[in-house]
Design a binder for this molecule. Structure first.
Ligand SMILES: Cc1cc2nc3c(=O)[nH]c(=O)nc-3n(C[C@H](O)[C@H](O)[C@H](O)COP(=O)(O)O)c2cc1C
Length: 209
């Protein structure tokens, strides 16, 4: 096991700089992403805290156009079906569907993030079990923030997409992933087509007692 992400792949950038520079990037240039950079970012993700140290995150890197298209098309079918059920107009359905296909297939690399609950503690009370799973979900957020910051530090833009949350089985089957993997999110990554503006800090709501 490595003690730190492949340092050579990470630029010398302060944490403050990375925190400010990370912005959701939804348009990418055609420049390919070096998979070593993605691996370094996944190693950074794996430094996140997790419940009982279980490291429940799983990652699938999609770099081939075929894999990206398969995932986009399969999830897209579910998306169209769900929007029809919700009464979204046909024109709007087509527009949103085309946008989601464009983002997934237009990103140089997609990192699908899944959770495995296999190593979590088992409880008899459903409420406790739900909390145990919630801890894994929290931990995925921490891992993906590490991942996106590490991408930023390497000059790679990214955006979190929640689509797999709504169709985990479809995403798992599209990529032929292990049965215990529950797809939760995907990170689309690539060189930003244009430099995003730095983020202004939303006013924190804090109570001090
Ligand atoms: C859990 C989660 C789900 C998100 N899902 C999407 C998404 O499906 N599509 C998208 O374009 N952005 C998505 N985002 C990105 C947010 O829209 C973005 O983080 C927010 O607007 C703040 O902008 P910033 O990332 O540039 O700071 C998601 C972010 C989070 C944390």
């Amino acid at each position: 096991m490595n003690k730190a992400p492949r340092a050579a792949a990470l630029h010398e950038i302060s944490l403050a700089e990375a925190l400010i520079a990370r912005r959701s990037t939804r348009r990418f240039s055609d420049e390919p992403v070096d998979l070593n950079q993605v691996r370094a970012a996944i190693e950074a993700a794996c430094l996140a805290p997790s419940p009982h140290g279980t490291a429940p995150w799983r990652f699938c890197i999609l770099s081939s156009p075929e894999a990206k298209m398969k995932l986009a098309e399969d999830m897209g079918r579910d998306f169209l079906r769900d929007m029809a059920r919700e009464g979204v107009s046909e024109e709007e359905r087509e527009k949103r569907h085309a946008g989601s296909i464009r983002l997934l297939t237009g990103a140089p690399v997609i990192i699908l993030a899944a959770l495995s609950y296999d190593d979590l503690d088992d409880y008899e009370e459903p409420e406790k079990q739900a909390h145990e799973r919630m801890m894994a979900e929290h931990s995925l957020g921490a891992a993906l923030q590490n991942l996106m910051l590490a991408l930023t530090a390497q000059g790679v833009g990214s955006v979190w997409r929640c689509a797999p949350l709504f169709c985990p089985e479809t995403a798992r089957e599209a990529l032929d992933l292990p049965a215990d993997w529950v797809p939760r999110a995907l990170i689309a990554a690539g060189t930003p087509a244009s430099a995003p503006p730095p983020k202004e800090i939303p006013a924190p709501e804090i109570i001090i007692r």
